[in-house]
Design a protein around this ligand. Structure first.
Ligand code: PBG
Length: 337
């Protein structure tokens, strides 16, 4: 009789042994919770394609922030749905815009909670693109103008910092946005406000439910001239390299699930914290399957988030954050509070 020389199962024999040798453990400090704020009064409206996620008017935001703080989640990412939109997205950089007012409200209520502001124009432009539209002088075709858009993005970031944002998270994918925003923040005296760059953002169908929620679907064309092609990974390195050179403090990969290799690559190539965005359709698919009784929601979510962390994410932006924080506390899937 010969015996296996190596027995992997020895360390899997009991719960205690498995807990001792677990390599990746999700913690509540890894989580960032996105919140949608909207104009109007007394609004708490569930987003149909994102069960459990709501639009809040400013006067109803308090209850949501209390839940987040009670769950021990360290940070929120704010998105705004403005009352008016125009070609220049002017409500994005209005000192009294919806996001600026929400930042002030959250900081007043919970000064310790890290407030991250998404810096983009698409929720605020009537055409739904992330930058300004210019028409080609010869063909008349509409293009997203890079450099003129930067000016507006800088104004947006500075107004968010003035309102009290702790981190600026630009998601617009214009070239040079990190350098432009860094300089704008520094000139305005916000040299200590970090930039969490959406460095590697793919032109993805996984943003569908978010665009319903944020009313930010492009009114013509698509985002493929500024967001990345899903087939590319060497280009992801170029995007991340330029962001590092321009002074980014954290690098994000978005979406997460279909791009785990990109998360791993950025983790290996750069020494900045890596953030994974577990985007809207990744959430909605889990919720839909769970509602049908086809999957065990808790187990699926914990395995997914642990997988993102194992791939290299230091932080995870996720609509599951409040549930995940609770499940971590309950010790599920080896989570540890
Ligand atoms: C804005 C922005 C988008 C998301 C975050 N910031 C949408 C987009 O680029 O179309 C998507 C987030 C999600 O799907 O959860 N540019």
């Amino acid at each position: 009789m010969t015996f296996p020389i190596v027995r992997h199962r020895r360390l899997r024999r009991t719960t205690a042994l498995r807990n001792m040798v677990r390599e990746t453990v999700l913690t509540v400090n890894d989580l960032i919770y996105p919140i949608f704020v909207t104009y109007g009064d007394n609004v708490k409206e569930e987003i149909p394609s994102m069960p459990g996620v709501f639009h809040f008017s400013l006067d109803r935001l308090e209850e949501e922030i209390r839940e987040v703080v009670d769950a021990g989640i360290p940070a929120v990412l704010l998105f705004g749905v403005p009352e008016t939109k125009d070609a220049e997205g002017s409500s994005a950089y209005d000192a009294d815009g919806i996001v600026q007012r929400a930042i002030r409200a959250v900081k007043a209520q919970a000064p310790e909670l890290v407030v991250i502001a998404d810096t983009c124009l698409c929720q605020f432009t009537d055409h739904g693109h992330c930058g300004l539209i210019h028409h080609h002088p010869v063909t008349g075709a509409a293009e997203i103008a890079n450099d003129p858009s930067l000016e507006l993005l800088v104004k947006t970031a500075v107004s968010q910092a003035e309102a009290g944002a702790d981190i600026i998270a630009p998601s617009n994918m214009m070239d040079g946005f990190v350098a432009a925003i860094r300089q704008g923040l520094d000139e305005a005296g916000f040299e200590n406000v970090p930039i969490m760059s959406y460095s590697v953002k793919y032109a993805s169908a996984f943003y569908g439910p978010f665009r319903d929620a944020a009313h930010s679907a492009p009114q013509f064309g698509d985002r493929k001239t500024y967001q990345m092609d899903p087939g590319n990974v060497r280009e992801a390195l170029r995007e991340a390299e330029s962001d590092v050179a321009e002074g980014a403090d954290m690098l994000m990969v978005k979406p997460a699930l279909a791009y785990m290799d990109v998360i791993r690559l950025l983790k290996e190539q750069f020494d900045l914290p890596v953030v994974a965005y577990n985007v809207s359709a990744e959430y909605s698919m889990v919720k839909a399957a769970a509602a049908n009784g086809w999957i065990d929601e808790r187990a699926i979510v914990m395995e997914t988030l642990t997988g993102m962390k194992r791939a290299g994410a230091d932080l995870i932006i996720t609509y599951h954050a409040k549930d995940a924080a609770k499940w971590v506390r309950e010790g599920l899937a080896g989570g540890r509070a």
